[in-house]
Design a protein around this ligand. Sequence first.
Ligand code: ZN
Length: 367
Amino acid sequence: MTLYAELHRHLGGSVVPRILWRYFQRNQADLAERFADYAEFEDFYTRPRNTLAEYLELHTLVESVQTEDTLPYFIYRLMRGAYVFENLAYLELRYTPYLRTPEHLSQGDRISLMSQIVEVVGRASQIVEYPIVTSQILCMHSRLPYEVNRAIVDLAAARRDVVCGVDLAGGDGLYGDRLGEFIRLYDYARSLGLNTTGHLYETEEGCYPELLPYLMRIGHGIQIPLKHPELLPQVAAQGQCLEVCPTTYLKTGTLQDLHQLKGVFDRCFEAGVDIAICTDNAGLHNVRLPFEYETLLTHDIIGFEELKACQDAAFRHAFAWTHPQRPELILSTILRADAEPSEEFPRSGNGNGQFNAVAQEVTESSR
Ligand SMILES: [Zn+2]
């Protein structure tokens, strides 16, 4: 049995439509009553949107019901589904803790409450019967002020026991005016020794080479091989991994046809750039990780060998996976007494070690 690592999943987009519908029926009947039946709700929730901005609007619907009190309900079901249906051995869950605090409170009070949210998510995701190695990525947000984003970085640094990195989310079209601010925040995060990823080069509006040096992984990054292939050698040299989420680009109108992804994979493989295949919003899409794999195979975008390379890359670039091997290799050694001890990952120069050295130089030279 293959076990998988998921590196890019939003807590808000991880609630599958059936779970959200049941929650509305049980707890917020007014929201359920807006729809004639479940089928109408599912269609509304999962249908493609025209733009990334329109698509991100949907997150606010889920964020509004994911509060300190209800998070354990949703996270329990998320972990159960990930274990039973997706064979996940490793999961990084990302979200903006500020957006789970009560809206009517002051900014200062909401910032203070963020640590409680992180604690609740950390506790709720440790479930004995669903033993997935899990950690949180805290997302700075392009619509939130600098003070809030800086507090998110500080919180990530303070809770390394349950948080493994920081991200920048909220729509890459909004970075432009505040680019200097986001560079400062990433520089600060790196100076604290935090792992970094960021939504970048997802859409044509989100291409900011200035941010690239600060990222250990690139959230999406598909516009690099598609429109800026000249950057690939630099991405390979820094050992940065692309978190490619196939279904997202069809749901956001970023790509019209899945086959456009063939260019992404082919060019990355050729340049030695690692790709981890991820779901982004498995619930919102109603598409779980194994189906993302299968879709890429059946559309001849990648073959089984490339799939294995991407699955290896996911574990190798996972911020909180501490083992030198994929989990099934560890298991087979235990289960089969006659098995040779399994090999470690091939570390072909794209590991994080190399990135760290480069990033350190970047951080120091930009101070
Ligand atoms: Zn995302």
